[in-house]
Design a protein around this ligand. Structure first.
Ligand SMILES: *Cc1c(COP(=O)(O)O)cnc(C)c1O
Length: 385
């Protein structure tokens, strides 16, 4: 069961980082639910000393995700936010970061409410505009923090072009790849230095674990991240590592179905008289459809659409039966939400308008159910609008 260097994506997802368990031959990496390891003699051990520093289940997941994202090493954290928090320790007081303006709300909160206290400075720009990125870079800029597609307006950033701009100024590029997943886009292939994920979403894929991962390529970053993972200690536990490891095995086929279902619903909604606007990179009407075709393999499982008023959005959300009203995304089951009052409630109204997040907008994380059942559910709910 040796994985060849040229193994293809689905094969890598299933096998990378995973050897039959050395003590029993178990094909699935066991959940090593232990805090410490017995040492044979003073100074003689098997590479494992203490559970915060080393855990075989976590190591297997880290090797698996490093391969999946085409990085050189990965580090698993207790949540997506813990992962991003660890990445930001690469910076020091006085450093400046350029950030996608429509970044995940928790990322914005971490940067503004926590990291500003440590004298890091942030500028938020529409990174779909390459000139805006270039214009925001200053002598103190050390990092470009990108998210593409964004939530919930599904705006894209050109990864290759923005990496070129950043690197020309000696600025490292970090990409939050949670929304796309590596089955759809691999930022490192476009030049990114670091990728972060909330594994809570598509990577785990079954809505039963919270976690995060950082994937890196450069030695200095790898060394520091390994150090800080142990020093700060916000590690992913063995049970959650095992769940995500199970999730990544089916990532490629899950994403295929997410993509296919979402495309069908996007086209259905775009042709519906009660829907005023649909945001989905897979529709030719999406302003960056050409970029999506170049940069993404499939257009993802997230869609948002506008219904004309808050009242109409509320009626739809109250009328769906199969789709569950809930935050989060990326699971096998379809979730529907109202970003303005749920995920983005803490974003000031004027900022929401700036990023195109309107009150009548509904977001769906399309699951992998039979698409006809999903369509019928939307149809009966739209009838009541
Ligand atoms: C959910 C999410 C996060 C945060 O991840 P947690 O696991 O909830 O801490 C970060 N970025 C994006 C894009 C997300 O969707």
């Amino acid at each position: 069961m040796k994985l060849r260097d040229n193994a293809r994506f689905s094969t890598v997802c299933i096998h990378a980082g995973q050897e039959p368990d050395p003590s029993t031959g178990a094909i699935i990496t066991p959940i090593y639910q232990t805090s410490t390891y017995v040492q044979e003699a003073l100074g003689r051990h098997k590479g494992y000393e203490y559970g915060r520093t080393h855990n075989p289940t976590r190591s297997a997941l880290e090797a698996n995700l490093a391969a999946i994202e085409n990085g050189r090493a990965a580090f698993a954290f207790a949540s997506g936010m813990a992962a991003t928090g660890a990445v930001m320790t690469l910076l020091k007081a006085g450093d400046h970061v350029v950030v996608t303006d429509n970044t995940y709300g928790g990322t914005y909160r971490l940067f503004e409410r926590v990291l500003r206290k440590y004298e890091l400075d942030f500028t938020y720009v529409d990174t779909s505009d390459l000139q805006a990125i270039e214009a925001a870079i200053r002598p103190a800029t050390r990092m470009l923090f990108l998210e593409t597609p964004t939530n919930p307006t599904l705006r894209l950033t050109d990864l290759g072009a923005s990496c070129q701009i950043a690197h020309a100024h000696d600025v490292i590029v970090v990409v939050d790849n949670t929304f796309a997943s590596p089955a759809i886009q691999r930022p490192i292939d476009f030049g990114a230095d670091i990728v972060v994920h909330s594994t809570t979403k598509f990577l785990n894929g079954h809505s039963d674990s919270v976690g995060g991962i950082v994937v890196a390529v450069r030695d200095v970053h790898i060394e520091w991240l390994k150090f800080v993972q142990n020093a700060e200690g916000a590690i992913l536990g063995p049970m959650d590592s095992w769940l995500v490891l199970r999730g990544t095995k089916t990532l490629p086929i899950r994403m295929e179905r997410h993509n296919a279902n979402t495309q069908v619903l996007a086209e259905y909604l775009a042709g519906h008289p009660k829907v005023s606007r649909v945001h989905y990179p897979g529709l030719p009407t999406h302003p960056q459809h050409a970029l999506a075709c170049r940069q993404m393999k499939g257009f993802g499982g997230l869609i948002s659409f506008e219904l004309g008023s808050l009242e109409r959005a509320r009626t739809l959300l109250d009328s769906v039966r199969l789709m569950a009203l809930a935050e989060s995304l990326g699971g096998v089951e379809t979730l529907i939400s109202h970003p303005a009052s749920m995920t983005h409630a803490s974003v000031p109204p004027e900022r929401r308008l700036q990023i195109g997040l309107t009150e009548d907008m509904v977001r769906v994380s399309v699951g992998i159910e039979d698409v006809d059942d999903l369509k019928e559910d939307l149809a009966q709910a739209l009838e009541r609008v």
